[in-house]
Design a protein around this ligand. Structure first.
Ligand code: 5AD
Length: 463
């Protein structure tokens, strides 16, 4: 009765939320199982950003609900963004769901499961579904627990803020995640220190709009934003090797943040910088408060701070009113920036958002074609960029065995996945890897052994 499987859809914040729920459940005596077939409790942590993500989770929930017929004790819960977005209306489609818990109530999941199980054990007939999607003050601080397993988490996620007040015309996130709220800086730093003490070497600071971190709670200090102040404090933690963050907003990239990439080596040479569109007309319609020219200026400022800077982005194709000329602006912007990677999304109508009611909705096959054009462009660009690394030596943070279990995997400072032979004891270390081969998204190489380096140095030394 106590075996829980959590299936996560969507972004890294959702993964982090699932991880924290798992840690809280373990502390309560539940067992987290990797196999869905073996669980007594199935929790779906859902995503609402596009209709396809919601449909996937609804399909899964419908299918899983059939298990109740075989096993009346089976518990099915829907957590997170879709729970928040749709609440009790989910029951129209999914009457058998036991638990619907929104994005500010993850910490309540253990209590709700305890209640459901106690009722089952007492033989009390199934009551009403538990639905909790209320707002809760301070909920940004409730995701603190990390799984304390036998393996160290070389790379860990740390939540720093939640919610977003930007109101981009296409986006459901202000509804699913609520108003912007930030965690206290001291708590975040303490959490990072604790992780490092347990072997973590890289933290990814997470939030819906991390660049707005602490803007209501902390003052700028000598032109330095609260977010950059936080980066500085995390950077000062001894033993931590790398800091990443996602998702930022372009408007947060003023001089202080661009400068931080020059000053703070643990930030590496990688930024995810969501652009959404390369057309000023569409950016305005999307309510994105920057222009194409400003975006390119930010890219330039980051490459000025770190010439090897690699970028990834989010792009929406087929936003209402997007013409061929607008799309061409997006295409040419992709060429200009030379991204390492991009998530391309076909615009998906989100009911309740301003763009849903806009005229000029773009037909599916046009979205499909624009998606294809960009994917091809980005694939070619990515391959060119990985190929350019062949023959170089990259600093790699070793994460652990790769999918095959035979080789090791890690990431470069520019956030490329590298695969190489190594020894298990190297997990968590920074090692030099000489790149010998590259696919579109993966680098393959050999560890540069200290001895070999020494030999090369000796060979090169004059007699
Ligand atoms: N349709 C398609 N893509 C969307 N995104 C957000 N809302 C929508 C939507 N309605 C994309 C944006 C955002 C990413 C997380 O999801 O590109 O940056």
């Amino acid at each position: 009765m106590n075996r829980v499987h959590i299936k996560t859809y969507g972004c890294q914040m959702n993964e982090r939320d699932s991880e924290a729920v798992a840690a809280m459940l373990r502390a309560r005596g539940y067992r987290i199982v990797a196999s869905e077939d073996e669980c007594d409790v199935l929790l779906l942590n859902t995503c609402s950003v596009r209709d396809a993500a919601e449909q996937k989770a609804i399909g899964k929930a419908g299918y899983s609900a059939a298990r109740k017929r075989r096993n009346p004790d089976f518990i099915l819960g829907i957590l997170g963004c879709m729970a928040q977005n749709r609440g009790a209306t989910l029951l129209d489609r999914l009457p058998d769901v036991d638990l619907i818990v929104g994005t500010q109530k993850f910490h309540r999941v253990p209590d709700y499961l305890d209640n459901l199980r106690a009722a089952r054990e007492a033989g009390i007939p199934l009551g009403e579904t538990i639905v909790d999607t209320a707002a809760e003050a301070g909920s940004q601080s409730t995701i603190r627990d990390h799984l304390d397993g036998p393996d160290t988490q070389v790379c860990a996620f740390v939540s720093i803020q939640q919610g977003c007040n930007m109101n981009c015309a296409f986006c459901i996130v202000p509804t699913t995640r609520g108003d912007e709220r930030s965690r206290p800086m001291d708590d975040i730093v303490r959490e990072c220190e604790g992780l490092v003490a347990r072997g973590t070497r890289e933290v990814t600071l997470l939030g819906q709009i991390v660049t707005s971190y602490g803007r209501r709670d902390y003052a700028h200090a000598a032109g330095v934003s609260p977010f950059v102040q936080l980066l500085e404090r995390v950077h000062a933690i001894p033993g931590l090797e790398r800091i990443r963050f996602t998702s930022p907003h372009p408007r947060g990239f003023r001089e202080d943040l661009a400068g931080a990439f020059g000053r703070l080596p643990k930030l590496g040479e990688y930024v995810h910088l969501p652009v959404q569109s390369g057309s000023d007309r569409i950016l305005r319609a999307m309510k994105r408060p920057y222009t194409r020219a400003r975006y390119l200026e930010i890219v330039d400022s980051l490459r000025a701070a770190q010439p090897a800077m690699a970028f990834s982005t989010d792009i929406i194709v087929g936003f209402p009113g997007e013409t061929e000329a607008d799309f061409e602006e997006t295409r040419s912007l992709c060429e200009a920036v030379d991204y390492d990677m991009a998530y391309i999304f076909k615009y998906s109508v989100r009911s309740g958002t301003p763009a849903a009611a806009m005229p000029g909705q773009v037909p599916d096959q046009v979205k499909e074609e624009r998606n294809r054009v960009l994917l091809e462009l980005l694939r070619a660009g990515s391959l060119r960029r990985t190929q350019a690394l062949v023959g170089t030596v990259q600093e790699v943070l070793v994460e652990g065995p790769d999918k095959t279990g035979l080789r090791f995997t890690g990431r470069t400072r520019g956030n490329r996945v590298a695969v190489f032979d190594a020894a298990p004891r190297l997990a968590g270390s920074l090692v030099p890897v000489e790149i010998t081969r590259a696919s579109v998204s993966t680098l393959y190489g050999d560890l540069v052994l200290a001895d070999a380096g020494l030999q090369t140095a000796l060979a090169a030394a004059p007699l």
